[in-house]
Each structure stands twice: as C-alpha cells, then as structure tokens.
Design a protein. Structure first.
Length: 244
C-alpha cells in the first residue's frame, strides 16, 4: 500500500508547442483529489484552473535534456496526457523533487482508483482492508510542499514530524493478493528489452527488462502481449513512469 504524498505546488515554465515559447505557470498536485492542476498564476489557486489532469492518467513521466527546443538555464521534465507536456525549473533539486512527488502521486492515485473500483464491486478482501479503504477516502492531507526554485531549495509548509525530502522508499503498488496476480500476468509474455542510456550524455547502453520495473497496473492486453503502467527506480536514479 503506497503512502499518501503531501500536496505539492510550485511555479514552472511550460512549453507552448504552437508558438515555440515558454510561459510561467503554477502547478498543484493534490493527492486527495487525484489531480495535477495547472494555473496561469499562483494567485489563481484554487478557483481559476486552466486545466485539471487526473494523476492516474499521466504516462511516461521522465526527465529530458539536450533537445534543441529547450532553452538554456533550466532543467526539464515531461509526461504524456492526451498530448506531451514539458515543464522547466531552474534548480536541479527542484526538478528531482517534482519527479519524486509526481511519481508518488501517480502511484497513489492509481492505487486509490483500483481499490475504489474493487469496493464498488464488493471485491475487498477483509474487514481490515475495508476500514483502510474508508480511511483513504475520508482522510484529507494538510501538508503542503512548496517546490520552490528560489536558491534551489525546497521549503516545507506544516511538515509532519521527521518529514524530510529524502527519496521515498519503493511502495507496494497493489493490495495484498492482487500484486501477485499482476506479477503472474506479467510473466505470461516475454519481458520486453529496452535499450536506454545509463546516464545523461553517456553513450554506453544496457538492456533492461520487466524485472527493472514495478508494475502499477495493466493498461491493456492483446494477441501479442500486455501493456503495463510501471515505475522504474533504476534509470537515472529517479522514479520514472513508463508504458511497458
């Protein structure tokens, strides 16, 4: 069972593909609502959103660099939701924080979506799990993490005791019993082989397979195999969401 991340918010540079420019925007990730909300300005929160993106539907979250259309002086990440979204921040530390908190939010939102579906179908395992689901639905987080570029430092508002910005432990992505079922399904088809650089700018390459990913959910299946939503903690040392 993945832990609920705090609310994360901060200002970013969003790429506008139509006119090849970047605009300053404010992002708010709310795990209780399961959304990533885009605002024109920070003062527009929460009443004037430009766009509301379901966290569970975000795919291919990753860090990018070296592309010709990226302006210098920023660190960038991208994801896919209906189309490609590219955001830039000035601080390396800020970039890593956005990737970690977004990955946590995506995993948590996918998990909550799954157990709510199971609850509606009456497929929860026991009374303890039933209580856990009710607590997840009813509880609201009060912690806010400001993902600030200023001095490349991350500031916390109303932090919990012993809360830190260290890399989160790898969460259990599925309820008890269901995780093994997903893993067994994953073994049906031959694990994919993907060739990626081991680090930015490194020409050395290695092959990675399904063992290098934690499966979040099955997206679909067909005659030639299955497609999974998965997170990798090995590529570039940061959590990255892929379609596998």
């Amino acid at each position: 069972r993945p832990s609920k991340p705090p609310i994360g918010r901060g200002e970013v540079q969003k790429r506008n593909d139509l006119i090849d420019s970047f605009n300053n925007r404010s992002l708010v990730m709310d795990p209780d609502e399961g959304t990533l909300v885009r605002y024109k300005k920070a003062v527009d929160y929460p009443k004037k959103p430009l766009e509301i993106i379901p966290l569970k539907d975000i795919m291919d979250l990753r860090r990018i660099h070296g592309e010709w259309y990226l302006k210098s002086g920023y660190h960038y990440f991208e994801f896919f939701y209906k189309s490609k979204y590219i955001f830039g921040v000035r601080g390396e530390e800020t970039l890593e924080a956005w990737l970690r908190y977004l990955a946590q939010g995506i995993i948590y939102a996918s998990f909550v979506d799954e157990i709510i579906d199971r609850k509606s179908l009456g497929n929860l395992g026991d009374e303890e799990e039933e209580k856990f689901v009710d607590s997840v639905i009813q509880s609201k987080t009060t912690e806010v993490v400001e993902l600030a570029d200023k001095a490349e430092k991350i500031t916390l508002k109303t932090p919990k005791k012993n809360q830190s910005m260290t890399e989160p432990s790898r969460p259990t992505l599925s309820p008890k019993g269901h995780e093994e079922e997903v893993k067994q399904s994953a073994r049906i088809s031959t694990p994919p082989k993907i060739t990626v650089p081991t680090s930015p700018g490194d020409s050395h390459k290695k092959s990675i397979g399904l063992k290098d990913f934690d499966i979040i959910k099955v997206l679909g299946s067909g005659a030639f195999g299955k497609v999974f939503k998965a997170v990798s903690y090995t590529h570039l040392t940061l959590p990255t969401i892929y379609s596998v």
